[in-house]
Design a protein around this ligand. Sequence first.
Ligand SMILES: Cc1ncc(COP(=O)(O)O)c(C=O)c1O
Length: 384
Amino acid sequence: MSTTTPDRFPAAPATRPGWAARSVSRRLPDFPWDKLVEYGERARAHPRGIVDLSVGTPVDPTPEVVREALAAAADSPGYPTTAGLPGTRQACVDWLSRRHGVTGLEIDAVLPVVGSKELIAGLPTFLGLGPGDLVVQPALAYPTYEVGAALAGARVVATDALTSVGPARVSVVWVNSPSNPTGRVLPVDHLRKVVAWCRERGALLVSDECYLECAWDAAPLSVLHPDVCDGDHTGLLTVHSLSKRSNLAGYRCAFVAGDRDVVAELLAVRKNLGLMMPGPQQRAMQVALDDDAHAEEQRVRYAARRSELKRSLEGAGFRVDHSEASLYLWATRGEDCWATVAWLAERGVLVAPGSFYGRAGGQHVRVAFTATDERVAEACARLA
Ligand SMILES: Cc1ncc(COP(=O)(O)O)c(C=O)c1O
């Protein structure tokens, strides 16, 4: 599948006045979740209430150790820096080394960001991409890669086969392993080929690794791991988020790491935009990254919910594809995804249609297992 952003999202007619004639929102894809509202209402009408497995927002408590760190840093009258506190940046480096075997990273190659979504949406703009640029994203992808390209006016090709891109000059390639929505983990050989292709073509490889610690039946690798990049981070950027690992979606704690020159450029631009992670959040992120115990506790919770839901979906006639990692089950009944969304909504269970993530998802639904134990058990009972 390929999309050409400027054609899909034409500019507003020139006859419209002032800012409206240059409307940015018209260039962006429709906000897909609006289409799910009526199914949410249907699911809410269930006598035992809705089981919302659509969005994938964490529901378990923010770890005590992180809350304490935030509270201890509450007295924060001065501006934080865009670069971030040295201790916070060091914690990013240490976590990537300790947990993910990344070598050779120093603190000037990491930068805190205000949740990874803002960085993903802004990256093409921060790096000066425009209508002459081409961004490649996975065939099934988190929608913000396309939003970011559209904001910058760049073209997007959605494909899993880089050979299908042809001779065109490519500026940015996104990979996302483990994947949202499919939970697929790219094997090391595949990642090595993507790194080699990007290096040969002069494209920046940006790897969204926000589910790196949510792995069940596979061992995902960062592209910064020496087995993938041979210890050379040139032309590579990784995006990490604490939203899922540490139940910190509300704190907006994330960071980028990789090619020192790209990080320096992002820092220079973001300084001018005033994009800085609040100081207390930086302290909280440092503590969260240094502590593995809470992340393991959360992982165990998700693993149990995942097994229960997977078993119930399969028992109800679904096939679950990929899903070896991430917080989602990529499930199908071999019918149009909206028919499955409707079938589940009748049972009070709300899921996301696969078509939100690309045409190839037309017969799948994405089932998040981020609900409480009680709601997951309720969903399983309704599927039985
Ligand atoms: C693939 C992917 N990237 C990035 C994000 C954004 O995470 P956050 O902005 O909370 O860091 C999400 C959120 O669900 C995601 O699924």
